[in-house]
Ligand binder design. Sequence first.
Ligand SMILES: Cc1ncc(COP(=O)(O)O)c(C=O)c1O
Length: 446
Amino acid sequence: MRRQTKTLYSAPMRDLAAEIAEINAPLERDAPALFRALSPLGRRAFFPPDIPSQAAEARSATLNGTTGQITDGRGGAVRLPALAAAFGDLPGRDLDQALLYSPVEGLSEVRQRWREWQRRQAPAGVASSLPLVTAGLSHALSLAADLFGGEGRAVAIPQPFWGNYRQAFAMRTGARVLNGPAYVAGRYNPRAISDALAAVPAGEPAVALLNVPSNPGGYTPDREERRATVAALLDEAERRPLVVICDDAYAGLVFAPAIPRESLFWELAGVHPNLTAVKIDGATKEFSFFGGRVGFLTFAVEPDSEAARSLESKVKMLVRSSIGSPVASSQVILLQALRQEGIAAEVEAVRALLQGRYEALKGALEKVDRNLLTPLPFNSGCFALIELPEKLGLDSETVRRHLLAHHDTGLISIAPRYLRIAHCSVDAAALPELVRRLERAVAELV
Ligand SMILES: Cc1ncc(COP(=O)(O)O)c(C=O)c1O
């Protein structure tokens, strides 16, 4: 009797081990440090040739009976008038794209145009892949955690940090978060990541999170600090495969003229064989499109390389198995902006608005009683961080609750003694009053 071939969905059973080996071979060959840093999930992930991949192959077929999306029979969307009307005068092809499924990797034109947007300040010759579209930056971070996190993996994060990193890496994948101080004696610490990794044995792969401009610090290193940051990361890469995730959520929101605005990704991409640079950015803050949930995940490899294809295959599997595919309609909305000639000026107008708030807050903080509040240096992004002097014996959560209960003012407390002010969401004229209330609240508690 002939043995029946088992099936994996509709495709004949393939030799999974062979498929995984095939997808991993270019990485083992061309990006060995990246390959060593992959998690077990990252190693076995690949995009199998089931529905989306077969549908992609049939995209230009005259008779396309591949996917379960309802079309007009010619590849266009069946438009519910009420939904279509909400898109206004969007051109027909864009409207179709907005209503139909996005490819798992994102709409091709969005990916191309975002790459151009990213690379407007990139030095020529630095490799960067075609960005993969994600559901906001949080999703891109969680994909990076799937690829490079995993049980016990060391993840270095300067402290204080955006709490969701812990969720994405430690809670979801079992990685161990290690911290180094983001500030030493009230100044930016370029060695925060090496400090965090000091006790990790040489040779053991690690992940580092580099968030510039930072949340919650609102800080971007100046030229000298930037040079020292890159030097410290290169030193660390001498000791181990190091994946540096550049979280560029607040890219471009820099308010001091002498501070470099370009992402550190461009200085890290391809500089050391042991250093894998990954860029995470998106429309959330850069285009003030918070509800759109369009983020991007970019690797420091040439777009047409075999390594890029392997990484794309892995990410597509992770996207397909978690959210199916990224939201098409918000990609199409972002596309309208990316096609616009004057888009850089519009983005600059938002930066200028925030600059006004930043200056109002900075001015107000210059006058505070340093015995009550210690503002940490800030020059960019959406936030400022205030430290409560240790000698007060006050914790930030007590101050936060008191501010809310007695001064009608909401701030974020970051244990043990930090308060984060999101100046991006307060009118410039109201910021001096916010600072007065904070100062008064602390005075009332000591
Ligand atoms: C540093 C940082 N990274 C990532 C994100 C997440 O961005 P998104 O809202 O697109 O998921 C945020 C949001 O606050 C952030 O502050």
